[in-house]
Ligand binder design. Structure first.
Ligand code: BDR
Ligand code: CA
Length: 321
């Protein structure tokens, strides 16, 4: 089992990613840190708790980060994820005292120092990671692997022509993090996540399963589906973050290029990931950017990990019957 901290901003697709991580026997999720992004951190914390409670994993600690990106005000994505971050449909959840703590940055610093072989899966803006670096320059060098969902290389952005949400929200943090690692960050950009569409057929399958987890997945993605239709006439919804978790478990799902990344901090191209595949600046590679994905294999892994009891049906649905 690989020890991982999941840094996230749940978020509809973050919630699906948490589900996948918690249902995967390859992963030992030792903590969840919440960054501000899709929703303010307090709301993100509540949504992480919802998933833990549903799977009876309230033993996993949740820590909140700060509510603002490194050097600017937060712009949330509540138009995409709902005011409550999970599609504005679920009943309120009671949060026991101490279930959600402050101090995400302290937790990251302490854990990376105290424990060996801890990896980070980052599913939101990089604010918590960058704040940890600002306190201790070399801290991320202690992480075994860092997988990040963010950026857009040969595809358009989703916040502007070129800006992808996680990196557009806090571009300064992206640069702080990428400048202070000693092994490449494994990047899952929009180039690959755009291919991960939870189609109306897959959603219908979730509904037919008639179990609580599947119903939760069906319910929270309704808002996301409406957003995708309104925004870009996609039927279904793009679920970005679960691909980062699936790739962490099974890197052969994707392939890519070892190169150098830097993020544009200001102006109209804010958030753009500048990828130096021509090696103009002869900089040490700081990213392994994934450019291809086997989406069928992803969904196979996704359904088989979350619903291992339905392996036969998963296979039939994935075959297109
Ligand atoms: C990313 O932005 C967020 O809205 C999603 O949760 C995902 O992490 C995609 O651009
Ligand atoms: Ca996210």
């Amino acid at each position: 089992m690989k020890k991982v901290i999941i840094d996230c901003d749940p978020g509809i697709d973050d919630s699906l990613a948490l589900l996948l991580a918690l249902k995967s026997s390859e992963l030992d999720v030792i903590g969840i840190t919440i960054c501000a992004g899709n929703v303010p951190v307090e709301i993100g914390g509540i949504n992480a708790y919802r998933v833990l409670k549903m799977l009876n994993r309230e033993d996993i600690p949740i820590y909140l980060g700060d509510n603002n990106p490194m050097r600017r005000d937060l712009v949330t994505a509540q138009d995409t994820h709902g005011d409550d971050g999970v599609g504005d449909i679920l009943p309120k959840v009671e949060i026991p005292k101490d279930a959600i703590k402050l101090g995400a940055v302290d937790y990251l610093l302490d854990t990376l120092k105290e424990k060996e072989n801890v990896s980070i899966i980052a599913l939101g803006p990089m604010t918590n990671l960058a704040k940890a670096v600002e306190r201790e320059r070399d801290i991320l060098k202690k992480a075994e692997r860092i997988v990040s969902m963010g950026g857009a290389f040969r595809t358009n952005g989703n916040c502007s022509q070129v800006g992808e949400f996680n990196y557009w929200v806090d571009p300064e943090s992206v640069n702080i993090v990428f400048e202070n690692v000693d092994r490449p960050i494994e990047l899952i950009p929009l180039d690959v996540t755009r291919k991960i569409v939870l189609t109306p057929n897959y959603r219908e399958y979730l509904k037919q399963m008639k179990n609580d987890v599947a119903q939760f997945m069906y319910d929270i993605t309704g808002f996301y589906v409406d957003f995708h239709w309104m925004q870009e006439r996609t039927l279904g919804c793009v679920i970005n973050d679960p691909l980062a978790v699936a790739y962490f478990i099974e890197p052969s799902l994707c392939s890519g290029i070892l190169t150098h990344l830097e993020c544009v901090e200001t102006g109209r191209a804010m958030g753009q990931t500048l990828i130096d595949i021509g090696d103009f600046y002869r900089k040490t590679p700081n990213v392994f950017i994934n450019t291809e994905v086997d989406e069928k294999k992803f969904f196979e892994l996704f359904f088989n990990k979350i619903f291992p009891e339905n392996k036969k049906d998963n296979e039939l649905v994935l075959k297109g019957y």
